[in-house]
Design a protein around this ligand. Structure first.
Ligand code: DPP
Ligand code: ZN
Length: 850
């Protein structure tokens, strides 16, 4: 398959001003009639052929300005020779036939449990009709849907409807990837919103009958998002209607189609009995994310798919700000950094590393990555830190004013900041083009009353980028004295050279530095702090992120030592520091839960790997259990502490209550280490009425091999609720002890409820196992690898996008010992050798093998 390059960008030869679509729905033979008002692009070379993208379309008829034209589409579209086109504007018409029921890839128009829905980002619209399917072609859409479903939806505002048909018009020009259509037997949860300027907007969340009572939280999150975007960014909603539809079969999380967001039902539906605190938090964040796209993505879109971070990085940054405002800022920041490290640092360190703005791709679906999204958001966070909140707001105002209605590039974005602030951002812009996680080195000296901090930076090579240049790295630093008082409050050091010194004068004694506060840049801080300094910062740092970070790094280093030398006892200093944090009345429960939450097995593995041969993942797990058990023994009265954290009254998903449950869940996990029969977890499972505590308890029962009865009871109660049943599958895949994990996931995939064509269900088993059960997946005999490869091979012809994403589980393969590397290599080659492997999987497996 061909490689697409940013440097090859050329403007479209023809533009589309208006699109008229008529759908006659039928599962096996939907007819789509399209009428496009087109004209030559004044900014492109004249007299070009007209190339339209189109895949899996049966062309029934085509016409130019009403005159029939015979065309022979190829596998990727069709070409109308320039000679067949008039000089000026013209009308293109085509009628095609498609089969939504056979569309298992879930791109374009497809069916999910009897309803029709669409997913057009990035290149799904070409599976609906012939079109210049690229984001820099923006048009208004008028859509007529004919079908016997009671609800027929498309973008924009409804203009007319009757029995069996409906018409919609979207007045805002948009790229084809934002087109959406939904038809089905749906009910809506309704509400309304009055915008800052007093316009009334109808809000509707469409779900399958029976799910109406699970929409209230999503609706509330939507209204809060709409208000927040007005107060924080001055952005009002711009249509009379905003709709969200929940679908069960969906490749991604959600999609920001104009006025008609389509969501994986997992990120809409919630009730206390069926959703965990984490589910609520994700729903809030994703509802906000998709809503915020209305301005950052839809009104201002991307010129081409290389600019994906223009909308995604910015929109993730905005949803993170929103969640921080709605909940606890420090807790949100720590969670975001944990996620960045788990997914993005992992990606940046391996064969799939790529810049925030990639230079080339084979399949764009493979670039909806942690780098584009999460690192893209970090880059904007750094800009925010460097220019300050006021200048950031001025720059954003200018961005909306200057680029509304346009398809833009990262250069446009940077220029707005330069114009609004007068700063030269040439060097800063390297964050968009240079892949890899920078390493920050630290040297210190103290003379007289002056403390000198010398910072160094370097970025390791990544595929295709051997040489790296220095970046602009904002390093937020504060200084503490030896008594724990802050003697220099946070200052933003701007590191621009490979090596650079910063001085602090007027100090009475050598201070203790607190560096990279708030995780001010997405880098790895290589500071060889000793345990005592980490314990000191855990106890004294005024920056909540660094306080957590100190404890986290200390725990991780202790665990790494325990892996390297299995006789090492659990460090008493660490345990004391953790218990002190637990007893600190100044800290809230959510924060304590994070401090007491241990690093992941993968995190510990990577730490050991830095200066020792690759450990056996099973040994990493043993160290984690040993430390857990030692901590449990040291905390007196665990049962009383758990009881004291109980939240009185009815379940509420608010951040404070969720924080109490997070901490009590962690303490329950510790207590269960001391109870061979998991008696307390059993009791919690039996009596709780909310899904958060149910899943905490069930996870501990599975982990400790006490779950048979609980799993049976859970299945009997929830077998008809697909989202809850996903949890039943997932908890077993992730937490079954490694010796039996492969057998367990094998059995789960043979279970009558294992509907493998639904991505949520497949991910619940295969994804949770390969990404969440490190010791099980990396079992020494390679059975875990074979299991994953078997599923990738089976799924690829059905759903390439989801296959390629799951194949990323192999991206860390070179980190492991030679035996495991050979076993993984064998599986990767087995996949690569398949005939007719999809473009998606070919690209990912090829890059992993490179
Ligand atoms: N554009 C979508 C989103 O990130 C893709 N899933 O919101
Ligand atoms: Zn997005």
């Amino acid at each position: 398959p061909p490689t697409i390059r940013l440097t090859d960008y050329a403007p479209p030869a023809y533009l589309v001003d208006a699109v008229h679509l008529t759908f006659r729905l039928d599962p096996a033979a939907t007819r789509v009639a399209a009428r496009l008002s087109m004209r030559p692009n004044p900014h492109a070379a004249p007299g070009q052929d007209l190339r339209l993208d189109g895949e899996k379309l049966t062309l029934r008829a085509a016409a130019i300005d009403g005159a029939r034209i015979e065309l022979n589409p190829d596998a990727e579209g069709l070409t109308v020779p320039a000679g067949a086109l008039p000089d000026g504007p013209f009308t293109w018409e085509a009628e095609v036939e498609i089969a939504p029921k056979d569309n298992t890839a879930l791109e374009g128009l497809y069916m999910s449990k009897g309803m029709y829905c669409t997913q057009c980002e990035a290149e799904g619209f070409r599976k609906i009709t012939f079109f210049p399917d690229r984001p820099d072609v923006m048009a208004t859409y008028t859509v007529r849907i004919e079908g016997d479903q009671p609800v027929l939806l498309s973008n924009g505002n409804p203009t007319a409807q009757g029995p069996g048909w409906a018409e919609w018009h979207d007045p805002h020009p948009k790229p084809s990837y934002l087109f959406a259509l939904v038809a089905g037997d749906l009910v809506s949860h309704d509400d309304g919103f009055v915008t800052a300027s007093g316009r009334e907007v109808a809000l509707k969340i469409y779900v399958r009958p029976g799910d109406q009572h699970k929409c209230a939280y999503a609706m509330d999150a939507l209204k809060r998002s709409m208000r927040w975007d007005e107060t924080e960014y001055g952005r009002e909603y711009d249509l009379d209607l905003f709709m969200i539809v929940a679908v069960d079969d969906f490749n991604m999380g959600a999609m920001e189609n104009k006025g008609l967001n389509i969501f994986n039902s997992k990120y809409v539906l919630a009730s206390p009995e069926t959703a965990t605190d984490r589910d609520y938090e994700l729903i809030e964040g994703i509802i906000a994310h998709e809503y915020f796209h209305n301005w950052t993505g839809n009104r201002i879109t991307c010129r081409d798919w290389f600019q994906l971070c223009l909308k995604e990085g910015l929109t993730v940054f905005r949803d993170q700000q929103f969640s921080g405002d709605q909940r606890s800022r420090p807790v949100k920041r720590i969670e975001d950094v944990q996620m960045l490290r788990t997914r993005q640092f992992r990606e940046d360190a391996g064969p799939l590393a790529h810049p925030v703005r990639p230079q080339e791709y084979i399949e764009i679906n493979n670039f909806y990555t942690a780098t584009v999204y999460e690192k893209g958001a970090e880059v904007i966070g750094m800009l925010h830190r460097l220019v300050g909140a006021d200048a950031y707001r001025r720059a954003l105002d200018l961005y909306f004013e200057r680029h509304d209605g346009q398809a833009c590039t990262i250069e446009d974005w940077i220029e707005v900041f330069e114009d609004a602030t007068g700063r030269d951002l040439t060097q800063f812009a390297r964050w968009y083009s240079q892949a890899g996680t920078p390493r920050l080195g630290v040297e210190e000296s103290f003379e007289g009353d002056t403390y000198t901090l010398t910072l160094t930076q370097s970025t390791p090579p990544t595929p295709g980028q051997a040489e790296k240049r220095p970046l602009v790295i904002p390093v937020a630093a504060g200084l503490l004295d030896r008594q724990g008082a802050e003697v220099v409050p946070t200052r933003m050091l701007e590191l621009t050279e490979a090596r650079q010194s910063f001085t602090f004068e007027g100090l009475a004694a050598r201070p203790v530095p607190s560096l990279l506060r708030g995780f001010s840049a997405p880098v790895i801080l290589n500071r060889t702090a000793d345990d005592a300094e980490r314990a000191f910062l855990l106890a004294n740092d005024t920056d909540p992120f660094n306080k957590w970070e100190a404890g986290h790094a200390l725990t991780r280093d202790v665990l790494a030592r325990m892996v390297r030398a299995p006789d090492t006892p659990a460090d008493p200093e660490l345990l004391t520091a953790l218990v002190a944090a637990l007893d600190d009345p100044a800290l809230d429960p959510a924060f304590k839960a994070l401090v007491l939450g241990f690093p992941t097995a993968e995190d510990v593995f990577r730490t050991v790997r830095q200066d020792s041969p690759p450990p056996d993942p099973a040994e990493v797990r043993v160290a984690l259990i040993r430390l857990d058990t030692a901590l449990a023994r040291l905390i007196p009265d665990l049962p009383e502490r758990i009881r004291a954290l109980a939240v009185p009254g009815r379940y509420s998903p608010d951040a404070d209550s969720a924080g109490r449950r997070a901490l009590s869940g962690r303490l329950l996990g510790l207590l269960t280490r001391l109870e061979p029969d998991a008696a307390t977890a059993r009791a919690v499972f039996a009596r709780t009425d909310n899904m958060t505590e149910t899943m905490q308890a069930l996870g501990l029962l599975v982990r400790s091999d006490n779950a048979d009865a609980a799993l049976a009871a859970f299945h009997a109660r929830w077998k008809d609720d697909p989202l809850v049943l996903d949890k039943w599958f997932s908890v077993q895949a992730a937490l079954t002890p490694p010796e039996r994990a492969v057998e367990t996931v094998q059995a789960l995939t043979e279970h009558a409820d294992f509907d493998w064509k639904t991505p949520n269900r497949l991910r619940a088993v295969v994804g949770s196992f390969a990404m969440g059960n490190m010791a099980g997946f990396h079992r020494a005999d390679g059975a875990g690898y074979r299991f994953l490869a078997d599923w990738l091979i089976k799924l690829d012809p059905v759903n390439p996008q989801t296959t390629a994403r799951l194949a990323g589980a192999f991206e860390t393969w070179r980190q492991f010992d030679e035996g495991r590397q050979a076993l993984i290599l064998h599986q990767l080659q087995r996949i690569a050798d398949r005939d007719a492997l999809s473009r998606d999987t070919t690209e990912i497996v090829g890059r992993i093998l490179d």
